[in-house]
Ligand binder design. Structure first.
Ligand code: SF4
Length: 1516
């Protein structure tokens, strides 16, 4: 926490609450509006400030004020968490049922009275008997001290404490110092707190039990026990003298002998009485504890507190007891009173400990000289003649037995202005001092000040979050005029003034019942009238009878209603007029109640039961906005998804007529009401995928039609849920039969089973090893990318070969409780993220780190760790290098383990990578295990490489077809994962869900990415529609337009892979060779302004693409043939393919070709294996190409042997021979590329290794021709030209901005729908650009207006973005890309938004700056050619590169490593400013940073790592 002084009571209290709690329930006006406490609480939690009580970061739970906030307290208190609530007073009365129960727990509720300045103290008096202790603070200092008192008191007494205050009272107080840690530690009894934390309550249901018994056993239990100052037990009367915290000489309070206190048990009694039951906490106990706390405070701070605070003369004649705002103002008035004032020589008394009300303390505080006492109560709505405080005082003073009790006169206190206080006090005391004072006079303005308090009240006004609009719109669209929402927020006809009340579903239900009754009466009235002859003609009778028969049938009634109304309107009789006065009732409404966390709470709890039990036909829409979290999943009381289950059960059990109603459970998870829709979608997806929110429909009537009543719509979890239901059913039966297993089965089924599984696997393995000789060796690994796993497995194999009983397991699969029984344990781990454990070792590490009962004295161990010493170049990050391995080694040693050999460190930077360190370490291990010199060891099989997989795949078949049919997993085998790339699809998993799914024991959420092959990026309108349908029906409903001008689908589950491939094929496209070690999709400039040249070049692109296609028939066999087509499905090697271009092992790595048409370098011609620069002849037609070769983007961080490269000029080649020249270059690469090291296999390295001339000569030799001298050309830029352009044929083209190529619908931008609708009428083409944007191409003059209209309608015509945004691009990265280290597509738009302000400010809005971002150094968005680039290094951290050439001709250079957003903005903002001020005419940013010396220019790939602006250090 920061160390400045404290300005407000909210802050002072928030700090104490934070220090003294495990969980803080922060009640707020809304999730997006802070309370006076929440801002501070969230800030502390964000800064990870630690609490004294929980020793870590307490959990701060934000809850809306209307959402039954105290319901959230049960779960933590029952699980032994010390819980605090910070709230305003407006929730208190509604929470009375909770308060009674919570009073039995050590819960502290800090209540800010609202509206500050003139709150209703009635909120406090109404709940005074709920069993809580009530403390009041007034000044800022008191707020801090009393807050601390409240927490200490709660812990020592075991009972709930409410601390209330009016924030306006301390508004003008001087700032105070931070609480003293020493004092807090001293006052809060952490030992007692630990006992609470260890004690879990048995209560599990809110509705079954009345809560806890009325006694506490911690601190106050025992035979006649009294607490000591710190809450421990004291078997004696209260100590007096020095030990008494009360100061007898205080002018503001007096002490008395309390030996006769009724609750104090005498010593004699205590010696002879044995009580088996703990005693309830008594008022005297509370008094005693308060005294103890205040005594400790006084000795530490000198500040004195007592139950009642008296100020004024010790011999005052009269006094004022104030239970309302601004005692300071009253005290000041009394002090400055003159002889002429009625209120001279009077005192002021206020309660600090309001409940329990201690008569004895009151009489101590009030001078005995006081003869008259005015009692001011600031209670707005008085329900009795005598105010509650007045009655308390009367009883206390009468019961005191004093001879002369003062005359007590009550007043109702309204709002007093500063200017009227004197007058008001004169009135009060004049009345008080008169011989027969009038009781219950009202003083001040009852309604409070005009206007000034409204702001606070407005904060608490309910409003419907915009996010809910989608659901409201659906209701509107479905029911139109017929829709009636009974509890609509602003409904006028509900007959109640209070908006909150009108919006409550209970109220809505009541009003709905009345409305239904009204219509029932109307129907019977119509039936009666229809039989009379009261109408002018016979027509109305006929229609009315007709209608009356159909009145309950929605369709019929609404069809007849207009006819009936029309007949009645023309009848003109009084009877007709009467019916017409309620003509709306002729229509049958669709009546709805809405439950919403934000504005209509409670339907989710008991309200739903009332509606269902009533049997009324009422529809309900219940919006659940709680995002998934483990806490939410466990909080049964708030889990609205269970309402569906409850409703189904109730209908099944009772056959209740509610079946005609609809219950719609809508999920709209958000953390704040102003969350963006994307976040909501992500949260929804997460919950659905995890099965937290299953999508289903239940229609009991369907069973009558022979259909399934229950339909599950969540495709992805269908299998899992069905399995769950099956298992669950089995479990229920088991539990019924064997009740003794109930707890075990129902409470921890998942974890129990996983434990058993782990043990069984281990036992089986041990059994297998029984017969083997030698010492046991258990090898445990934690591995994300397979290196540590492979190493562990190899070590295990080698151990076995040396006669050891070795066992290999992932750390998380190992039963940790067995670790102490092992003899030799070897742990191998790699390093993830910022020095973290890999995914499959995290639970193990947590267990080892936090385990208190692990004893490893009999265990010998060692650790080998894999990492990269250069990964974190900054000094302060160096400790991340191999951190998991080092930490593990140290911890195992600390637990008593004996070291076999020292921790081994493998470093990616070593000549052989981690193998260098490993080869030194492993022999030492064999030596120490006594198996170092074993002879005759068998040869180990070499590791399987990609080349082996390709060669053994039978021309890319592998076992893909079999894998697709395996329904037991959503994945395919590791070898097939390599092979499917050649077919255009990658397996991925949703990385957002990895942890959650792992925690649930589920496999990752696997799905597939499919990439189309679309030469030149040209698609017809028909194809666009087909792609759209595939994304919608088979993928994740979005499409990505890639940097290589093609469509990419994500989220295609295995079962839908084949239909998707067939759909693509039906659209006359393919995915073959869209990925894999082959020539990929050939790109081509989109060139909207020259259609003819584009057509010719595009044909060339297609020709090269087709020419270099692999010939395997595996693609058709696997994806395109029907499953039953036995003739085609030929197993084994019966059909031998032949690959004339590639051979059986294809290319060493991927191979990419692109064409750019000057002056546009929109395909980044320098970045590819082959770059073709189109050369236009004098006739304006395509003549040929300048050919560049050896460009490439992929790099590995900090591995200097890898680098990006720009293509080198080979020379000019004619258009008719270009496909042959490309083929020959590919051949030389095929035969010379490095097949041992995939990181060194791209063409760029082959050319650099062979030398440009040698390579080129080999190509020419194979070709039998020579490259001519390159022709002149000129590039302007590598970005797209947005907006409308007209070509030489008069056709129009519109380049639209698609941010990062993502085609999707959002709540306010229906982009995907718009493009689909356009495709339905568009007669031209869709061209995908290399910058991930889209050109609506070839629009004829007569279609132009229609197209413009549609673009406008769907907001697709907007290109009015900053040039920075228009020139940006990002790769996919999280959540689908398995290689991503940091966010990219989801983050770059945000970063640009943060920079746009500076861009505007310095007049750079129209200046294009090429900025690119990728989630890893593979470089999919070609970052190394950007003027500014960010390349992911770890989550939230990026390497920053500067100085790329504006039209993609020059590589950039590392400027900063591993920087986070703050640093990025810290660099970019001044850089943009400097660029704006100092640039030369027409100078681009990439050139500018080089000129001013921020980075050196990179001449070509091999000097990419030279002279970087940030020097990387070599050693730790
Ligand atoms: S650059 Fe890296 S993170 Fe981005 S899509 Fe390519 S492989 Fe994935």
């Amino acid at each position: 926490m920061a160390s400045s002084s404290i300005l407000s009571a909210g802050e002072a209290i928030a700090r104490i609450a934070y220090l003294s709690s495990d969980v803080i329930v922060s009640v707020q006006p809304s999730l997006s509006t802070d309370s006076e406490f929440s801002r501070f609480l969230h800030q502390y939690a964000t800064n990870k400030a630690s609490s004294l009580i929980c020793k870590g970061v307490p959990e701060v739970q934000s809850v809306r004020h209307n959402a039954d906030p105290l319901l959230s307290v049960y779960q933590p208190v029952r699980s032994g968490k010390i819980t605090t609530v910070t709230t305003s007073s407006n929730i208190l009365v509604k929470s009375i049922p909770h308060l009674y129960r919570l009073a039995q727990y050590p819960v502290v509720i800090h209540v800010s009275l609202h509206p500050a300045g003139y709150p209703d103290y009635g909120d406090i008096t109404s709940i005074r008997n709920v069993g809580f202790t009530f403390l009041q603070s007034i000044s800022l200092q008191e707020a801090q001290d009393v807050a601390l008192t409240a927490h200490a008191l709660a812990i020592r007494s075991g009972k709930g404490v409410i601390h209330f205050f009016d924030g306006a009272n301390s508004k003008s107080d001087q700032p105070i110092a931070h609480e003293s840690r020493e004092l807090v530690t001293k006052v809060i009894n952490t030992d007692l707190a630990r006992q609470y934390q260890g004690a879990r309550s048995e209560d599990s249901s809110l509705y079954v039990s009345e809560g806890r018994p009325q006694v506490r056993n911690i601190g106050l239990s025992g035979d006649n026990a009294r607490p000591t100052a710190d809450g421990s037990l004291l078997h004696a009367e209260r100590v007096s003298g020095d030990a008494s915290p009360r100061d007898p000489s205080s002018a503001s309070s007096s002490s008395s002998d309390r030996k006769n206190s009724s609750s104090v048990v005498s010593e004699a009694e205590s010696a002879t009485t044995v009580e088996s039951q703990a005693k309830p906490v008594s008022s005297e106990d509370i008094d005693f504890i308060c005294d103890s706390i205040w005594s400790q405070m006084r000795s530490h701070t000198g500040r004195k507190y007592s139950a009642f605070n008296y100020t004024g003369p010790a011999n005052a004649d009269a006094a004022l007891f104030l239970f309302g705002s601004d005692p300071g103002l009253f005290a000041a008035e009394f002090e400055s009173a003159t002889q002429a004032d009625f209120f001279r020589h009077v005192g002021l008394i206020t309660p600090v400990l309001y409940r329990p009300w201690l008569a004895e303390r009151l009489t101590e505080a009030l001078p005995s000289s006081v003869k008259k006492l005015a009692v001011l109560e600031q209670v707005r709505r008085r329900t009795t003649k005598w105010g509650p405080v007045l009655l308390d005082l009367l009883m206390s003073l009468k019961a005191s037995g004093s001879q002369q009790t003062p005359v007590i006169v009550g007043y109702q206190l309204g709002y007093l202005e500063y200017t009227t206080i004197t007058q008001a006090l004169s009135g009060i005391f004049q009345n008080l001092l008169s011989p027969s004072p009038i009781q219950s006079l009202e003083v001040g303005a009852h309604e409070g000040p005009k206007g000034s308090l409204n702001g606070q009240q407005k904060e608490f006004e309910l409003s419907q979050p915009k996010l809910e609009n989608a659901y409201m719109k659906i209701l509107d669209q479905l029911f139109g005029q017929r829709l009636f929402i009974a509890n609509a927020l602003r409904s006028r006809d509900a007959g109640a003034q209070d908006t909150a009340m009108k919006a409550s579903p209970e109220y809505g239900f009541g009003s709905l019942l009345a409305r239904k009754e009204h219509r029932r009466r109307f129907v019977s009235e119509v039936q009666t009238v229809a039989k009379t002859r009261d109408f002018t003609t016979d027509t109305p009778q006929k229609w009315l009878s007709h209608w009356a028969l159909a009145a309950t049938d929605t369709t019929q009634a609404n069809k007849l209603a207009p006819e009936v109304i029309q007949r009645l309107s023309t009848d003109g009789s009084p009877a007709a007029y009467k019916l017409l006065s309620s003509k709306g009732l002729f229509y049958k409404e669709s009546q709805w109640l809405i439950g919403s966390d934000a504005w209509a709470y409670d339907l989710g709890n008991s309200g739903i039961h009332h509606v269902l039990a009533s049997g009324e036909n009422v529809n309900m829409l219940i919006v659940d906005s709680t995002p998934y979290s483990e806490r939410a999943a466990q909080d049964a009381a708030r889990r609205k998804k269970d309402i569906g289950l409850y409703a189904m059960n109730s209908a099944t059990l009772t056959s209740h007529p509610w079946l005609s109603t609809a219950l719609v459970m809508a999920y709209l998870p958000y953390n704040r009401e102003d969350d963006n829709p994307l976040t909501v979608l992500q949260e929804t997806k997460k919950s659905v995928d995890l099965g937290y929110w299953p999508l289903y429909r239940w229609d009991p009537k369907a069973a009558e039609k022979g259909e399934q009543a229950f339909k599950l719509d969540s495709e992805r979890i269908k299998q899992e849920l069905q399995e769950f239901l099956r298992r669950d059913n089995h479990m229920s039966q088991l539990m019924r039969r064997h009740p003794q297993f109930h707890a075990n089965l129902s409470e921890s089924y998942g974890s129990e089973v996983r434990k058993v599984q782990k043990r069984k696997a281990k036992d089986a393995y041990e059994a297998l090893l029984e017969g083997l000789q030698g010492a046991p060796m258990t090898v445990l690994f934690a591995s994300d990318n397979g290196n540590a796993e492979n190493l562990a497995k190899r070590l295990g194999r080698r151990g076995k070969a040396r006669g050891l009983k070795s066992m290999v397991m992932a750390m998380d699969d190992y039963p940790l409780e067995d670790l102490g029984n092992e003899e030799n344990v070897v742990l191998i781990t790699s390093t993830a993220g910022q020095g973290e454990f890999p995914q499959n070792g995290r639970n193990f590490w947590e267990g080892v780190k936090n385990g208190t009962d692990l004893d490893l004295v009999n265990v010998s161990f060692t650790v080998f760790s894999l990492g990269d010493s250069h990964y974190w170049p900054r000094k302060e990050d160096k400790h991340y290098y191999n951190k998991p391995g080092k930490d593990l080694f140290a911890r195992l040693a600390a637990l008593g383990g004996k070291q076999l050999v020292d921790v081994g460190l493998g470093d990616d930077q070593d000549p052989d990578g981690y193998q260098t360190g490993y080869q030194e370490w492993e022999p030492k291990l064999w030596d120490v295990l006594g198996v170092g010199n074993v002879e005759g060891l068998p040869d180990e099989p070499p590791p399987i490489t990609n080349e082996d997989i390709k060669a053994a795949s039978n021309f890319l078949r592998g076992t893909i077809a079999e894998g697709l049919q395996d329904e037991s997993t959503g994945a395919i085998s590791a070898a097939d994962q390599q092979l499917t790339k050649f077919h255009g699809t990658y397996m991925q998993d949703d990385r957002d869900l990895r942890d959650e799914r792992k925690a649930q024991g589920l496999e990752p959420a696997y799905s597939f990415m499919i990439r189309c092959r679309l030469p030149g990026g040209v698609a017809t309108a028909q194809q666009w529609q087909q792609m759209d349908a595939i994304a919608t029906n088979l993928g994740n409903e979005t499409m990505k337009l890639t940097t290589r001008q093609t469509f990419q689908f994500h989220g295609v589950v295995k079962g839908k892979l084949k239909p998707a491939m067939q759909g693509i094929n039906a659209a006359l496209m393919t995915t073959i060779a869209a990925c894999g070690d082959v020539n990929r999709n050939v790109m081509c400039s989109s060139l909207p302004e020259l259609s003819e040249l584009h057509r010719e070049t595009h044909e060339c692109a297609k020709k090269i693409s087709d020419h270099l296609l692999p010939s395997t028939t595996a693609y058709h066999e696997i994806w395109l043939k029907d499953d039953n087509n036995k003739n085609v499905q030929v197993a084994g090697d019966a059909v031998q393919d032949f690959e004339p271009l590639y051979g059986p092992t294809y290319l060493p790595r991927k191979f990419k070709i692109t064409i750019a048409i000057p002056p546009h370098n929109d395909t980044d011609v320098y970045a590819h294996d082959i770059g073709l620069i189109a050369i236009k002849g004098d006739d304006g037609k395509l003549q040929g190409f300048n050919l560049l070769a050896g460009g490439g983007m992929g790099v590995t961080h900090n591995m200097k042997k890898t680098y990006p490269q720009v293509g080198r000029m080979f020379g000019y080649v004619d258009k008719d021979s270009v496909h042959v020249a490309c083929e020959k270059i590919m051949f030389v690469q095929r035969d010379n590329g490095n097949r041992q090291n995939r990181k060194h296999a791209r063409l760029k390295y082959t050319i650099d290794d062979m030398g440009l001339d040698v390579f080129k000569a080999q190509v020419e030799e194979l070709w039998g021709d020579k490259f001519a001298e390159p022709k002149t050309f000129h590039f302007d830029s590598n970005i797209d030209t947005f907006g409308w352009q007209k070509d030489e044929k008069g056709l129009h083209h519109f380049t639209m901005f698609i941010e990062n190529g993502r085609i999707e619908d959002t709540a306010d931008f229906p982009m995907k729908t718009g493009l689909r609708e356009i495709a339905k009428v568009h007669k031209g083409e869709f061209r995908l650009t290399g910058n991930q944007h889209l050109i609506l191409s070839n629009i004829s003059e007569d279609q132009l207006d229609a197209m413009k209209g549609m673009l406008k309608q769907y907001k697709l015509d907007n290109t009015n973005f900053s040039a920075l945004r228009l020139s940006s691009s990002a790769c996919v990265a999280f959540p689908t890309c398995g290689l991503a280290m940091a966010e990219s597509e989801r983050y770059l738009p945000e970063l640009i938004t943060k920079l746009e302000g500076v861009v505007e400010e310095h007049g750079l809005r129209q200046d294009s700056i090429v900025m690119r971002m990728t989630g890893c150094p593979n470089g999919c968005a070609r970052p190394w050619l950007a003027e500014v680039a960010f390349v992911g290094k770890a989550y939230g951290a990026y390497n920053m590169y500067l100085g790329g050439g504006y039209h993609g001709q020059r590589l950039n250079k590392l400027y900063r490593s591993s920087i986070k957003e703050e640093e990025i903005l810290g660099i970019m903002r001044p850089l943009l400013k400097r660029y704006a001020l100092e640039r030369e005419e027409g100078e681009r940013l990439g050139d500018f940073v080089v000129r001013v010396g921020m980075v050196k220019a990179t001449r070509e790939g091999r000097d990419f790592h030279e002279d970087t602006a940030e020097v990387e250090e070599d050693e730790e």
